[in-house]
Design a binder for this molecule. Structure first.
Ligand code: ATP
Length: 317
């Protein structure tokens, strides 16, 4: 690999990755390509293989088959190089509660044997807005500040790619928004980010997305490309007693899915005319307000997940 390949090519380019744990096929023929400076969202239900995929892409876990590169380095043969250039934030917060923010960062800098340690720690504190809290004990920080510390720690060695595994799980909306502002600032400076999340608002803030369910990648592209790929038509129904209504609608022609959004029900289907006919009939009979709606990313993700559950279901006797 030349320096030019390392600096110009995609930051992640993997093909046909497979991983089994025992008899469980956890990741199936995964192809993924992440461009430089992109924030790439990785979504999917719990246990669908996101963490396993991330670990294979950064050389922490060897795939059973498949190949590819991360930052231009071979994921099978150059994992040490990859680790040097990647910042990996795991799901579990793993810093010392009884050290201050500065002490924790200094500890990490020692582990990396950084020569200009103080300078690097000062810069990380400044860049991530942690300077005013540098002396605060980590155990006393709120979830949002802990995530900020974790991000600072994985930025210390100035990686070109961040792999963030559900970095904002359990963090309040304001702290999550601040965290995402930070990610966009990093991306604007050329840092690439692969981030797994269960939050739809975060998915919408990514440049591109991949959706994985039960080990298979079901869609990837921009949010709009993913929405378009499923060709769903959606209507919104407003009224009372939406739960029994949803149950009833699921048996109507053209209705593939119902999702409650507050006081409205999103009803989606592939067959536009059958869906419209059924909904108009029900709305008229039950005096409900019916209007066309944009299919949302959430509608599409729920649809894809349900489809893939069907594919994995035991055949009926
Ligand atoms: N080391 C392991 N040994 C055995 N099974 C494992 C191991 N790591 C993961 N698994 C299993 O592989 C499947 C995928 O797990 P993974 O953590 O990759 O999913 P995920 O999409 O990241 O889930 P979540 O959103 O809950 O973090 C799960 O069924 C999990 O139990």
């Amino acid at each position: 690999m030349t320096d030019t390949q390392a600096s110009n090519g995609p930051v992640i380019d993997v093909h046909g990755l497979n991983k089994h744990f025992g008899d469980k096929h956890v990741v199936k023929d995964l192809d993924m390509r992440v461009g430089r400076g992109e924030i790439y969202g990785f979504l999917g239900p719990n246990g669908s293989g996101k963490t396993t995929s991330i670990r294979m892409m950064c050389g922490l876990l060897t795939p059973d088959s498949g190949a590819g590169t991360c930052l231009g380095y071979d994921i099978l043969k150059q994992s040490a190089e990859i680790k040097r250039h990647v910042g990996y934030m795991t799901q579990k917060f793993s810093y010392w509660d009884d050290l201050t923010i500065r002490e924790n960062l200094d500890f990490i800098a020692r582990m990396y044997e950084m020569k200009d340690r103080k300078q690097k720690v000062d810069k990380a504190l400044e860049d991530l807005g942690l300077a005013s809290r540098a002396k605060q004990l980590t155990g006393s920080l709120s979830g949002g500040w802990k995530q900020r510390l974790a991000l600072a720690a994985c930025m210390l060695h100035e990686p070109q790619l961040l792999l963030l595994d559900e970095p904002t799980a359990g963090v309040d909306p304001t702290a999550r928004r601040d965290f995402w502002e930070e990610l966009h600032r990093l991306a604007a400076n050329g840092i690439s980010v692969l981030v797994s999340t269960h939050y739809m608002d975060e998915a919408e803030r990514c440049h591109k997305l991949a959706y994985i369910a039960y080990g298979s990648l079901l869609a990837q592209g921009t949010a709009q490309e993913i929405i378009d790929s499923q060709a769903l038509h959606t209507w919104s129904l407003h009224g009372d007693n939406l739960v029994p209504l949803a149950e009833k609608l699921r048996h109507e022609a053209g209705v593939d899915q119902t999702v409650a959004f507050g006081n409205a029900l999103h009803v989606s289907g592939k067959d536009a005319s059958a869906l419209e006919k059924s909904l108009k009939q029900v709305a008229e009979q039950q005096h409900l307000k019916l209007e066309p709606a944009q299919t949302s990313l959430e509608d599409v993700f729920i649809y894809m997940m349900n489809q893939s559950t069907d594919n994995f279901a035991e055949p009926k006797p």
